[in-house]
Design a protein around this ligand. Structure first.
Ligand code: ADP
Ligand code: GLC
Length: 480
């Protein structure tokens, strides 16, 4: 099959969160199965500077019509792996920036134009190039315009550029909503600016278009597929998702073992496996050192790696600041984003630097060290489409503490509820429930054989992408 993925992030060329990991692992797994896979991402500055992309051949020059403007761009191609090609859609004005979506707290003003251009450039490559896609698989709002653009291209010009389109919702909280006048930039027929089209409360909603016009809709866990059909989790699109209830399926992400495997991880000071956890102790010692904590500390270390947004339940952690100060434990947080949360976390580590460490940055090696060196990984999300870190934690023998939502509930088993099967601990998404589960964590940690059993069960689980990729493969075949 010829499979084209379109997304705004792809590890290791651009990553702000799990989207990058998921698209990278899925496209690689499909390529390894023998499919012909292409992935389109914007040609961000960091992507162009990556060693794989340096010297990438300029493949095509494309022109896209946005309203009355014709905007041109270059598309560069390289192949980082057998059967896999990466297409960088370049236009300096739009993508030669450090961050993909905005500066700090604010989104870029021209995001609508940037991602409409991106989608239209992909259509142009499909039209001019020789991709002959069987499936075009679009991820999140940045690629959500493609299904309707492809449908229109077929209607207007009688050309089929993709046999089927798939749209995956990685996070329904980000929808790509823009003022009504933006609609003109799509050059779509006026009748699509309608309640059954892209119109949404007198604005345009790109994700809504993806949900309505793709042949199949997926999301990243079975539970989230149900949740987003409810007002509590649907972020205003629950009614729209319900109209596709028969076509929506939740396929869990996996763990890319080429990147996240404690036995081979090059970013760790020491490697280890379920059979021999000695290396985990070395990583723990290094984590204590990096955080400036006392080297002889033997109590539990709680780790957090997250984008600092409301989604991640950071406020529940902050509401329990006194717990981390009073108890014999350590807390290390790696994450950036919301300025208020950054300020409060910094405040907490300033009050108790010997117990709480906070690093407000993106730091890939540090994220691996936390997964490997901590004893518990804390992820009390308000909502979580899938979540990757709770899976990485289990693979790394770091017991996850998660809230009972979305993919977290689908991938963690509570050790108090199911003593023979538990791989982590679970709370409800609120501060009081998090406090209870932190107490339970202290008890679990003090019972070494029980803690070790939970750890071992987590490490024995199979979260490999082979399973996930097989699910997508089936879906593609069925849709075709
Ligand atoms: P989301 O996509 O909602 O952010 P996921 O759990 O799916 O959540 O994926 C988050 C990914 O981003 C993980 O690979 C995590 O390690 C990574 N990550 C988040 N914040 C940072 C950070 N500050 N430094 C390094 N990696 C980070
Ligand atoms: C989104 C979600 C996260 C998911 C990731 C990859 O960023 O917030 O839960 O794991 O996409 O699908």
């Amino acid at each position: 099959m010829k499979i084209v993925h379109v997304a705004s992030e792809l590890f290791p060329y651009m990553k702000t969160g799990g989207l990058a990991d998921a698209v990278a692992a899925l496209s690689s797994a499909l390529a390894d199965k023998g499919h012909d896979v292409a992935v389109f991402i914007p040609g961000y500055r960091v992507a162009l500077e990556h060693k794989d992309a340096v010297g990438a051949a300029r493949k095509l020059r494309v022109k896209a019509e946005l309203g009355n403007d014709f905007l041109s761009g270059d598309v560069r191609v390289f192949s980082p792996r057998k059967n896999l090609r990466v297409f960088l859609v370049c236009r300096e004005e739009f993508f030669d920036r450090r961050a993909p979506y905005g500066n700090g707290e604010r989104d870029y003003e021209d995001n609508a134009d940037r991602f409409i251009f991106f989608c239209k450039a992909v259509v142009e490559v499909l039209r001019l190039g020789d991709l002959q896609a069987d499936v075009v698989h679009c991820h999140d709002w940045q690629a959500a315009l493609l299904p309707v653009l492809l449908r229109e291209a077929e209607r207007r010009h009688g050309v089929t550029l993709a046999l089927k389109t798939i749209f995956t919702i990685h996070n329904i909280a980000y929808q790509g909503v823009f003022p009504a006048k933006t609609f003109a930039r799509t050059n779509l027929p006026d009748e699509l600016y309608h309640i059954d089209g892209l119109e949404y409360y007198s604005q345009i909603n790109l994700m809504k278009g993806g949900i309505l016009f793709a042949d199949r809709v997926t999301t990243v866990s079975p539970r989230y597929a149900k949740e987003i059909q409810t007002p509590e989790f649907g972020c205003g699109l629950d009614g729209v998702v319900q109209t596709r209830a028969d076509d929506i399926v939740g396929l869990l992400n996996g763990v890319d073992s080429a990147v996240w495997n404690p036995a081979t991880d090059p970013l760790l000071p020491a490697r280890y496996s379920a059979r021999d956890l000695a290396g985990k102790k070395v990583n723990r010692a290094e984590l204590l050192r990096r955080c400036g904590f006392a080297a002889d500390f033997s109590g539990p270390i709680f780790g957090i790696v997250a984008r600092l947004t409301e989604q991640k339940g950071i406020d529940f952690v902050l509401a329990n600041a006194d717990f981390f100060i009073a108890q014999e434990c350590r807390l290390v947080v790696l994450g950036s984003g919301d300025q208020r949360m950054e300020g409060e976390l910094r405040g907490l580590s300033d009050v108790a630097p010997q117990k709480v460490h906070f690093a407000a940055k993106l730091d890939e090696p540090m994220s691996h060290l936390i997964e490997a060196g901590a004893d518990f990984f804390v992820m009390p999300s308000v909502f979580e489409p899938c979540g990757l870190n709770q899976m990485y934690s289990q693979v790394y023998g770091t017991v996850p503490i998660v809230s009972r939502v979305g993919g977290l509930a689908d991938t963690v088993i509570d050790a108090d509820e199911k003593p023979a099967a538990g791989t982590g601990l679970m709370c409800e998404p609120d501060a009081a429930s998090l406090r209870d589960v932190l107490q339970r964590a202290l008890m679990l940690f003090s019972d070494r054989p029980r803690y070790a059993a939970v750890q071992q069960r987590g490490m024995a689980r199979d979260f490999s992408w082979k399973l996930a990729a097989a699910g997508y493969d089936r879906l593609y075949q069925e849709s075709l």
